[in-house]
Design a protein around this ligand. Structure first.
Ligand SMILES: *Cc1c(COP(=O)(O)O)cnc(C)c1O
Length: 407
């Protein structure tokens, strides 16, 4: 009898985006003249930079010619890309990361989801709340939690991110082995200072724990004092893995390219307490289960680091940051307590009311669709997330309508 992995039955169906779609549809049916503006999505709207498109095209042409055709590439990614990443994203910022510590992949979703595979099933896991749902669900699938009760899984350590702590969670009050962190954060838009991040690195060292640091939104950081990489913190190489993606930084959500950094001296432990280097383990896992990102896509990603490419991707994040600044200004002026929106494309807004009620209010009165905070975890209740991923014209229109409606 073929039996299933019963852990899958513990997963909570995410009705968030289908519920939003249903409510929007019902509203639209009753108000056919209203043009609904969507500020709920976590997907980019601007096309790929010209530099990436040119490199993409010419790599496709190489594949058409016998002399330049390529079959399987290295699973970890081509050296031309790994070297540019190490130089531009790390060494130039004083973070000591080498090309052979970079694993190129087709997405930070897969990497953040897959990485837990190389740890013990009974590892104690700490996850921020609210959070990107992938970290939690993949640990549920792996059997690291008990049942789901009252909005939370037994056995999981939740790191509450609230207005009381400025959305930077306290260190866990019970010992944990594996810690997920994401800064600038989705959904709260919070960013972390070097001092705050150093506390987590120190904790991981002292407790023999490991940090999985998701830096998918690093390109939105404009405050030069903030760390873009956890490896800007001393000692982080031994205790932290970092995930990066070209999705939000260069518009690659539909093109697919990302990477994970596993430093050569980053460690976990075997059952006897002896250190084991994670680089070898992840390399074994990655080369066994993954066969590389397509050559043209890696050439397109490489172009992000050219002079033209880096100017163009700066232009992309600048564009969304102007939207974010406008949302932050107008929602604050409307009397709401807002956070994020600086160094981040997300604005997290306290409504002091049920998340869905807040959602309905903005849709009914202003025809603007946002994301209810409760969809990201228990601590998201009472909030909404507004995304800056839309055109400036639409953001402007949405903010005018909200101001008008709430006057
Ligand atoms: C969008 C996003 C990613 C990127 O995922 P890709 O699979 O690379 O597109 C990773 N982490 C967070 C928190 C995100 O919001």
């Amino acid at each position: 009898m073929i039996r299933i992995n019963e852990n899958y039955l513990k997963l909570q169906a995410s009705y968030l985006f289908s519920d939003i779609a249903k409510r929007v549809q019902a509203f639209q049916a009753g108000n056919p003249e209203t043009e609904v503006i969507k500020l709920g999505i976590g997907d980019v709207t601007m096309p790929l930079p010209d530099a990436c498109i040119a490199a993409f095209h010419s790599a496709v042409d190489e594949m058409a010619d016998q002399k330049t055709f390529r079959g399987y590439g290295p699973e970890q990614g081509f050296d031309f890309l790994r070297e540019k990443i190490a130089e531009n994203d790390f060494k130039s910022r004083g973070a000591d990361i080498n090309a052979d510590e970079i694993f190129v992949s087709d997405g930070a979703k897969c990497d953040t989801g897959n990485f837990q595979e190389i740890f013990a099933t009974d590892a104690v896991v700490a996850i921020p709340d609210p959070v990107y749902p992938v970290y939690l669900d993949t640990n549920v699938m792996a059997g690291r939690t008990g049942e789901h009760n009252d909005g939370r899984f037994q056995g999981m350590v939740y790191l509450d991110s609230t207005r009381e702590n400025n959305f930077i969670p306290e260190l866990p009050s019970v010992p944990v082995d594996l810690i997920y962190l994401c800064f600038p954060n989705n959904p709260t838009g919070a960013s972390v200072t070097k001092e705050e991040l150093a506390r987590w690195v120190d904790y991981a060292k002292k407790e023999n724990a490991l940090i999985l640091f998701d830096a998918a939104y690093e390109s939105f950081i404009r405050d030069e004092s903030l760390p873009k990489s956890i490896y800007e913190i001393e000692g982080a190489r031994e205790v932290a893995i970092e995930f990066r993606s070209f999705s939000k930084t260069a518009g690659f959500t539909g093109t697919r390219c990302a990477y994970t950094v596993v430093p050569k001296n980053c460690r976990a432990f075997d059952a006897s307490g002896n250190p084991v280097m994670l680089h070898e383990l992840w390399s074994r896992r990655h080369t066994t289960k993954f066969n590389g990102v397509s050559y043209p896509v890696q050439r397109a990603a490489e172009a992000v680091y050219s002079e033209q490419g880096s100017a163009e991707i700066k232009g992309l994040s600048d564009y969304y940051l102007i939207n974010a600044a406008l949302i932050l200004e107008k929602m604050s002026a409307a009397g709401f307590e807002c956070s994020g929106g600086k160094n981040s494309p997300y604005i997290w807004i306290w409504g002091n009311m049920d998340s869905w009620k807040f959602f309905d209010l903005l849709m009914q009165k202003a025809g603007v669709v946002v994301t209810p905070g409760a969809g990201f975890g228990k601590c998201g209740e009472g909030y909404i997330r507004i995304s800056a991923f839309n055109s400036f014209e639409n953001v402007q229109k949405a903010m005018e309508r909200i101001a008008q409606a709430l006057k």
